[in-house]
Design a protein around this ligand. Structure first.
Ligand code: APR
Length: 251
């Protein structure tokens, strides 16, 4: 009964937050969303009202949008690349890198973000389930995605191997996120599940917490407001990422 779940969920004040003790047998799954990069100056999808220059984000971040107007799509991602080169990781990204140094591969860091701030904060193992802003791939041949921080405001880039169209290495609306099997395995093996800064509105990521609960894991949300899937968390720790994450774990 959803009401009962809500009643059982604790919403504690920031002063009462106890660090999550990560024991030698614990494995921690952390899912991050746009909120972890908000304090670095990258507007969340919601903050932007789902719009970019009066275009719906779905229109520039979907296979349909790409077919209709690839130049517009590249202009959108070119601006995002240029912005990503100017922003810095914040204390929350840095704290997760510190946790990785403490517990190694017992941390599984899965992000919905395409920005490179986890890596710049020092994280070495990051699964970008929605792709990476600073990579491109060929839509025509099987060549592997490659690092690419260039902007393409006018001419469309083409593959120097097959002549196919080069597209951003991003999982667009309507596409299947990357590495779902790897994520599923990590979810099953974890003992603690934490989401930081995600509205809980975009699936499949929004459903991970229910899977974690079904495996008996402790589930915790961090963000300034409750997400849409709040009822699936044991605790919602309300605060911004930089306020909460640096003292979130004790390992
Ligand atoms: N610290 C933590 N969380 C924050 C902060 C902050 N400083 N500021 C905002 N948030 C939270 C908001 O409360 C909201 O829940 O970040 C969340 C941002 O929500 P969305 O913009 O919907 O981002 P996200 O959940 O990551 O979106 C998922 O949708 O746009 C697509 O593919 C894109 O990966 C993205 C996916």
């Amino acid at each position: 009964m959803p009401g009962a779940t809500l009643m059982a969920m604790s919403r504690v004040g920031r002063a009462d937050f106890q660090p999550i003790e990560v024991g030698a047998n614990d494995r921690v799954f952390v899912l991050t969303g746009a909120g972890i990069s908000a304090e670095s100056g990258i507007a969340t999808f919601r903050d932007a009202g789902g719009l970019w220059e009066k275009h719906r984000v779905e229109d520039v971040a979907s296979p349909e949008g790409w077919r209709k107007d690839p130049k517009l799509v590249w202009r959108f991602y070119s601006l995002r690349r240029a912005q990503a080169l100017t922003v810095e990781p914040n204390a929350a990204h840095i704290a997760l890198a510190k946790l990785e140094r403490a517990i190694g591969d017992r941390l599984f860091l899965c992000t919905q973000n395409v920005d490179p701030l986890h890596e710049r904060g020092g994280s070495e193992r990051v699964l970008h389930m929605h792709g990476e802003l600073m990579k491109s791939r060929c839509s025509g041949c099987a060549r592997a995605p490659f690092t690419d921080d260039k902007s393409y405001p006018d001419a469309l880039p083409v593959c120097d191997r097959c002549g196919g169209a080069i597209r951003p290495h991003i999982c667009w609306f309507g596409e299947i996120p990357f590495d779902m099997e790897v994520i599923g395995d990590a979810l099953r093996r974890s003992t603690v599940f934490v989401t930081i800064g995600s509205s809980g509105a975009v699936y499949p990521a929004a459903g991970f917490v229910r899977a974690a609960r079904s495996f008996g894991q402790r589930t915790i949300y961090v963000g300034p407001e409750e997400p849409e899937n709040a009822s699936a968390f044991d605790e919602c720790r309300l605060g911004t990422a930089t306020q909460v994450v640096p003292s979130l774990f004790s390992a």
